[in-house]
Design a protein around this ligand. Structure first.
Ligand SMILES: [Zn+2]
Length: 398
């Protein structure tokens, strides 16, 4: 069994006393699901948290289900059947499929459990219902109707975006801010989306729709993407204009400027070849080992061509579910996304109930790294999930 290397002992982040009176911040929706309020997600620390329905998170399935509204056709097709308005089912004929409309779309979308991603099969089925004229329209409507998923407790400025991947999957991204932490700790919607796509093994993004004009930080971050020049970018309110990244960011600084022609781009295959550092002795419970292995796998998938200090991180919620993410660097350094942010995106995509439910965090860094995330992440965790236990483990190049 692999060793855990020179592991620091798990430590509580501290500040628990500050949170002893914290409200759970949960509000119950009509559909029987509890979601944390915006303040709670941001680390609400006071009792009597004022959750409002408008601040609830819901998945894109329900968001789009609302969007398409109630069916206005008498018959719809679903999996080769024609379903009447009274829910009676008949065999479909070729002509009947043309009558399909909103209810079919709603059935597909509302039956989904995960947020922020539509599989290629789901996209194909949704488009097959004929409600959306084109994939561009689907992306526009997703962008328009998912801004409520953002978490901006500082700016209250909601940004959303949706993209079609080369795989046929559709991804959604929203902006996330962390109250009490400096502004550079915020994650932009486009970065969220790119992380989401990366974590699903996407190979390239072909179309991207954004609710607002993308900031310079995001335009720069997009330069890391493989075949970013081919991406078609649209902005709500600017339709039907479509932009390319070279149009939005001429004379841009790219990975090739820093590394040369052989530069690896994000979404391209890569493995960092890390193994555990240390003497082979293993520490921790089996659950800890699982987190450690997952964080190591993330470190190996990490995109760190500039520092050559890959790192990965795994978080566990109180229900025992794991979420993970890795460092994603930018040639311009500052737009770099930390492994913590990456794991938090994975958490939101995977249904993490709230930041406060994180009870354990494991970071894997390279031994002797010149760029370390350990200390900055510890400071962030004090505000995001102060009761969580935090361990740092070390790996080395094999
Ligand atoms: Zn931005």
């Amino acid at each position: 069994m692999a060793s855990l290397g020179a592991a620091s002992s798990g430590q509580r982040i501290g500040m628990a006393a500050d949170h002893s009176a914290r409200s759970t911040g949960l509000v119950r929706l009509g559909v029987g699901l509890a979601y944390p309020c915006l303040r709670a997600r941001g680390h609400c620390r006071t009792a009597g948290c004022s959750a409002t329905p408008s601040s609830n998170r819901s998945d894109i399935g329900r968001a789009l289900g609302k969007l398409v509204g109630k069916g206005d056709t008498t018959r719809i097709t679903f999996d080769g059947k024609v379903v009447g308005a009274g829910n009676e089912t008949m065999e479909a004929s070729g002509d009947d499929t043309a009558l399909v409309d909103r209810d079919g779309v709603r059935q597909v979308l509302e039956s989904r459990e995960d947020s922020f991603v539509l599989s290629a099969e789901e996209v194909e089925r949704i488009m097959g219902f004929g409600h959306f004229e084109s994939i561009d329209e689907l992306l526009r409507e997703l962008t328009r109707n998912t801004s409520h998923l953002s978490l901006p407790p500082i700016s209250n400025f909601r940004v959303s975006c949706a993209a079609l991947g080369e795989s046929g999957r559709v991804y959604v991204g929203v902006n996330i801010e962390f109250k009490d932490l400096p502004l550079p700790c915020a994650l932009h919607a486009e970065q969220f989306l790119i992380l989401n796509a990366f974590q699903h093994g996407e190979s390239a993004i072909s179309k991207l729709c954004i609710s607002h004009v993308p900031c310079g930080h995001c335009r720069q971050f997009m330069c890391e993407l493989s075949r970013s020049e081919d991406m078609q970018i649209s902005i709500l309110g600017r339709e039907p204009e479509v932009f390319t990244l070279p149009e939005l960011l001429p004379l841009r600084f790219t990975p090739r400027d820093l590394i040369g022609e052989g530069a690896r781009f994000l979404f391209e295959e890569g493995h960092n070849g890390l193994v555990w550092a240390g003497d082979g002795s293993s520490g921790g419970a089996p659950g800890d080992m699982e987190m450690a292995q997952r964080a190591l796998a993330e470190a190996n998938a990490s995109y760190a061509p500039y520092s050559n200090c890959p790192s990965g991180l795994c978080i566990r919620d109180q229900g025992g579910k794991l979420y993970s993410g890795c460092l994603i660097e930018s040639a311009a350094y500052n737009p770099t996304v930390s492994p913590l942010h990456s794991a938090l995106v994975n958490g939101l995509v995977g249904g993490l109930p709230s930041w406060q439910t994180i009870d354990r965090v494991t970071l894997v860094e390279t031994e002797g790294a010149t760029v370390k995330h350990e200390h900055l992440i510890r400071e962030c965790l004090k505000f995001i999930c102060p009761d969580a236990e935090y361990s740092v483990l070390y790996a080395k190049t094999s």
